[in-house]
Design a protein around this ligand. Structure first.
Ligand code: SAM
Ligand code: FES
Length: 359
């Protein structure tokens, strides 16, 4: 590839070969002002529609604990934030939340929380089993951070289908600037590998414009994701939280987040790609714009009303005052206005259906 290659030629190469080198991604990201955005989003949408039509997959997010043993520098619920009003949901509360979600047509429950070791591996396995017993046609996604391989296996055996663990950044040095020294990129990547080997549908991802992030770092994220080939990629802008060491950094932009969403759709055509709450927080139309740039998943909040305002990873998070039913109606309307509709099914990765068909 010569220096003369235009950014659009790089995008065409990504489309036709499914990959670019780190240097090519870096050049593309640095020169993104030269890319016709409408043309880029249209290409990403064309691929999105090829795989998913006008359907947007719905996941109900249950934020069941905001206790965390970790101290990630960007995160509002990090352990050293003494101003966080901590809570944990009981098994009964979680089951009730699933029940109300089920009535609203949710068929995937995402159980997310800080790394709260007061839930033992057996507690989580028991929770997964109970949800599956009551709602056998629903998928369960876990997102509870870095744990032992045996724990991941136990939860998978209990019926968990998917696991979300953003890698956060694929560059070692950058990882070190976002996390305390006891956390390592290597361990995070090992967890992702274990999850994939066990048989989970996995989700990785990163924040856009997290402090100290460079175009080279983003390029490394893309190269890593190509290699990992996860079923899902969660990306959203970094947003500062006033009680963290990163309180004075600025939030990631809509512009770069949409650009990265489109590149991901082009690189991994059938990937599940959420338009995140963080994207909806930095712009009132952020999630719709995310869908129009290639995303195909939304994850409205299902957490009970009294704890919603307590799972604050960043400032000004949207939907903290709404009830689950209102959130669902709001999302349905928003999607309808842009020509999409929410799908009532588990919404597995197309790769899972292909693998089943081949058996
Ligand atoms: N503990 C689990 C883990 O580490 O994967 C799940 C919970 S963690 C809070 C979920 C994600 O929130 C992280 O992977 C991170 O990318 C995102 N996040 C945390 N703080 C954020 C911030 N200030 N702005 C945007 N996203 C943030
Ligand atoms: Fe653990 Fe954010 S530091 S969830």
């Amino acid at each position: 590839m010569t220096e003369k290659t235009t950014p659009w030629e790089l995008i065409e190469k990504l489309r036709s070969t499914g990959e670019l080198s780190k240097e090519e991604f870096t050049r593309l990201i640095k020169n993104r002002d030269l890319v016709d955005r409408e043309k880029l989003y249209a290409l990403a949408r064309e691929i999105q529609k090829e795989h998913f039509g006008n359907k947007v997959y719905l996941r109900g997010l249950i934020e069941f604990t905001n206790y965390c043993r970790n101290d990630c520098l960007y995160c509002g619920i990090r352990r050293s934030n003494k101003n966080t009003d901590r809570y944990r949901l009981t098994k009964e509360q979680i089951l009730e939340t699933c029940e109300s979600g089920y009535k609203l047509d949710y068929r995937t429950f995402v159980l997310q929380g800080g790394e709260d070791m007061s839930y033992s591996a057996d507690d989580i396995a028991d929770l997964v089993r109970s949800i599956k017993e009551r709602f056998p046609e629903c998928a369960i996604t876990l997102s509870v951070g870095e744990r032992e391989r045996e724990d991941y296996q136990k939860w998978f055996d209990a019926g968990a289908d998917r696991y979300l663990l953003r890698h956060e950044t694929a560059n070692e040095e950058h990882y070190g600037k976002l996390h305390p020294s006891e956390l390592s990129l290597k361990h995070r990547k090992d967890c992702l590998k274990n999850l994939k080997d066990i048989g989970y549908q996995i989700g990785a991802g990163f924040m856009v414009e997290s402090p100290f992030q460079t175009a080279e770092d983003l390029a490394e994220d893309m190269v890593y994701l190509k290699e990992l080939n996860p079923h899902m990629v969660g990306i959203g802008p970094f947003i500062p939280h006033h009680d963290t060491p990163f309180k004075d950094f600025k939030a990631g932009s809509l512009e770069l987040t949409l650009f990265m969403l489109s590149l991901l759709r082009i690189m991994l055509p059938d990937v599940l790609l959420p338009a995140t709450t963080a994207l909806g927080t930095i712009d009132p139309k952020g999630r719709e714009l995310g869908i129009l740039a290639g995303a195909n998943v939304v994850m409205p909040n299902l957490s009970p009303g009294d704890v919603r305002g307590k799972y604050l990873l960043y400032d000004n998070k949207i939907c903290t005052g709404d009830e689950a039913a209102a959130c669902k109606r709001c999302m349905d309307r928003r999607l309808e206005r842009i020509g999409y509709f929410t799908e009532v099914s588990r919404g597995d990765s197309p790769r899972v259906h292909r693998a089943e068909a081949e058996q």
